[in-house]
Design a protein around this ligand. Structure first.
Ligand code: BES
Ligand code: MN
Ligand code: ZN
Length: 472
């Protein structure tokens, strides 16, 4: 996954990357001249200058109103790595200083920008030379940035892995492996029979025709010295390892993208693995709702009615609205186990992408203060979340004559009716926010520092949220 070594140690290198405006070091004349033009804005973009004193790469952070939470520094990190790879050097040294520079974000950008999903490529295409990027003097920043970026790149790898290789079973096994030594306890409820018995009919319904059995991964962290009355954070991720739509089959065009319909669970796993290793002083739990949504003779049918964990009956109008079914019982369960604050992450609706586009996630919650906190965590790390209303008047769009609730609403407001559906399974007193990441989970053709593929969106927001949660 990482052909890049990021270090704060100085040493030999064949390329010097200069962060223009944040470097007081004396530079060779021809380099200074280009740096001055870049600083003045007469030229823009990364500049390579070959001088007698070596090769220099000049980069400048491009402030844009939409690049919040250090994003321009991540972009810059990616530019440095791209430039170093283009020059085919073995090592590059970054010259940066000053309090204004966000070195942690540069470090993140280096690793996020260098990520490629080439696990399954052969021969030359699979091999990328090892590259060392040195950011001398920034031990803490490099370590902190690398930890976050590596977590996010794990989420990306899981999402990029195709459905034949990452199914509910292999995902669960991978989660167990990744969490080893983290201090969290992991329990896996495996297969439709056990899931039904344990009270998770939604996961069983959706996953019963999958090529591998559905799984619920329950991750629990309890601090050594629990503060009395400490709040309890729970994170729930949608993990459909492939969403064909089921009997309500999707059209074939771009159906492959649905291998990433477990992006919520991937970000949940990646983030919680980081969060628990930081040993917060409040309990944290996380749930991965893993199933493969497939059509066959065992599949659930449109028209099926089943009783959810909280006693409500659900009419399955459309088997392609499966995310809400796998999440519903788990949200109820998370509340039963004492969660006071919850976030769920899900590539839930195409409608959310229509509403907010590919780069902004929807945030739907009943408690404005908690919704605001989640949103601010996103803003602080460059992930844009925008509130959508759980408009009560639309509840009737989910009415059904034969069951307590239908699993799809009308033609319009699909992201909202999906959120309203979920809210029916969360007790009113629990502070809960639903994040619909259907847009930003995937970079359809490359985005900022993301190569084409899945982004691991939400990982950084969750880690940031958990850090702030501890300071409440
Ligand atoms: N996983 C999809 C949503 C999705 C669509 C994610 C595009 C990413 C990109 C979800 O399970 C789904 O199929 N939703 C349906 C809901 C509809 C049947 C009410 C949708 O959005 O069309
Ligand atoms: Mn679907
Ligand atoms: Zn789906």
């Amino acid at each position: 996954m990482h052909d890049l070594d990021l270090t704060a140690a100085s040493g030999t290198s064949q390329l010097t990357a200069v962060v223009v405006g944040h470097c007081a070091r004396k530079l060779p004349r021809p380099v200074e001249a280009v740096a001055a033009r870049l600083a003045a804005g007469t030229i823009s973009g990364p500049q390579t200058v070959v001088s007698d004193d070596g090769t220099f790469l000049l980069v400048k952070p491009e402030a844009k109103p939409w690049l919040t939470g250090g994003e321009e520094w991540r972009v810059l990190g990616a530019q440095i790595v791209d430039g170093a790879r283009a020059q085919k050097v073995a090592a590059a040294t970054v010259l940066v200083e000053g309090a204004q520079a966000k070195v942690e974000a540069i470090a993140e950008g280096c690793l996020l920008g260098d990520y490629r999903f080439d696990l399954l490529r052969s021969g030359e295409a699979a091999k990328r030379p090892r590259l060392t990027v040195r950011i001398p003097g920034f031990t803490r920043e490099v370590a902190a940035g690398a930890a976050i970026a590596k977590a996010q790149n794990l989420a990306r790898e899981l999402a990029d892995l195709p459905g034949n290789l990452l199914n509910p079973q292999t995902f669960a096994a991978r989660a167990v492996k990744e969490l080893r030594g983290s201090g969290a306890r992991v329990r896996v409820i495996s297969g439709t029979v056990r899931l039904r018995r344990a009270g998770f009919p939604g996961l069983a319904q959706v996953g019963q025709a999958g090529s591998a059995e559905p799984q619920l991964v329950e991750i629990r962290y309890v601090p050594a010295k629990a503060k009395r009355g400490a709040p309890h954070l729970a994170i729930v991720g949608k993990g459909i390892t492939f969403d064909s739509g089921g009997i309500s089959l999707k059209p074939g065009d771009k159906m492959w993208e649905m291998k990433g319909d477990m992006s919520g669970a991937a970000a949940t796993l990646a983030a919680v693995n980081r969060i628990v290793r930081e040993k917060p002083d409040y309990p944290v739990s996380a749930f991965l709702c893993l199933a493969e949504n497939m059509p066959d003779s065992r599949a659930q049918r449109p028209g099926d009615i089943y009783r959810a964990r909280n006693g409500k009956t659900i009419h399955v109008d459309n088997t392609d609205a499966e995310g809400r079914l796998v999440l519903a019982d788990v949200l109820t369960y998370a509340a039963e186990t004492g969660a006071t604050h919850m976030v769920d992450l899900a590539t839930l609706t195409g409608a959310c992408v229509v509403a907010l586009g590919e780069h902004v996630a929807g945030a739907l919650g009943r408690h404005d203060e908690w919704t605001r906190q989640v949103r601010e965590a996103g803003q602080a790390v460059g992930e844009e979340l925008w509130p959508l209303p759980l408009h009560g008047e639309y509840r009737k769009l989910l009415d059904h004559a034969h069951a307590d609730i239908n699993n799809i609403g009308g033609r319009y407001g699909g992201a909202l009716t999906a959120g309203i559906f979920l809210s029916e399974f969360v007790p009113a007193e629990v502070k809960w926010v639903h994040l619909d990441i259907a847009g930003p989970a995937m970079a359809t053709s490359g985005w900022r520092f993301y190569a084409k593929g899945f982004t691991g969106f939400g990982t950084r927001t969750l880690i940031e949220l958990a850090r702030g949660f501890g300071k409440r």
